[in-house]
Design a protein around this ligand. Structure first.
Ligand SMILES: [Zn+2]
Length: 230
């Protein structure tokens, strides 16, 4: 016992104490709560500068900053922007903690029509649409709702659709080490619809294929067929 106790850190605690595992989980949760409150404090401390910046932008656009409807707009816009970019503070590890299960399932798993809202990093206006994800497990599966959370981590940032697609695929790939991952995103970009070319109905489709989806055309086709069907 002494030999074990003299080992430092979490591993030793785990070996010494039959309740060690749950304590470790509680520790991890406490750590996350701590990070969340630190993040909230940081967001708060940045609000005045963001608010001032939005006041400046609106004034330079010719707005009367004393008119009633705009009185709290800079603050609201600042908070909205912090929310829309909160994915920078989140990681796949945070989300998947406790949600990866050992499972002898090696058939394709598909979750389609995941809603996605993001901001185009070139114009700071929204692009949004649907994400379809497929993966072939390699002894590990993840709670299905977590795939939507992974999409959120990367979409709540300033993005381009191509990078978003790749980041979602790589995030899943690194976390689950599956035999393959396929991600397809269909989106409309407000920067195309509201300005410039004003193509009302144009949709942009991007895809990332990893592992067997890349190597085996039949697997890829099966995913594309299943993800497009209603
Ligand atoms: Zn754009």
């Amino acid at each position: 016992m002494n030999a074990l106790s003299s080992k430092s850190g979490a591993a030793a605690d785990f070996l010494c104490n039959s309740h060690g595992f749950s304590e470790l989980l509680i520790d991890a949760n406490k750590q996350r709560e701590h990070e969340t409150s630190r993040k909230e404090a940081e967001d708060k401390s940045r609000l005045p500068a963001l608010e001032a910046a939005y006041t400046c932008i609106l004034r330079e656009l010719g707005e009367d900053m004393d008119r009633q409807g705009l009185l709290r707009t800079p603050l609201r816009a600042a908070k909205a922007m912090q929310f829309l970019t909160k994915g920078y503070h989140e990681t796949v590890d945070d989300i998947l903690n406790n949600a990866i299960f050992d499972e002898d399932h090696d058939e394709m798993v598909i979750v389609k029509d995941i809603d996605m809202f993001s901001l185009c990093e070139h114009h700071l206006v929204p692009f949004f649409g649907k994400v379809h994800i497929g993966y072939i497990p390699n002894k590990k599966v993840v709670g299905l709702s977590k795939l939507a959370r992974i999409v959120e981590i990367y979409s709540r940032r300033l993005q381009v659709q191509e990078r978003l697609t790749k980041q979602v695929a790589l995030g899943i790939s690194e976390a689950l080490q599956p035999k393959g991952v396929a991600v397809v995103i269909e989106a409309v970009h407000m920067c195309m619809i509201m300005r410039g070319v004003q193509k009302m109905n144009s949709r942009t489709v991007t895809s990332t294929m990893l592992g067997v989806y890349l190597e085996d055309p039949k697997t890829r086709e099966e995913f594309l067929m299943l993800s497009q069907s209603n």
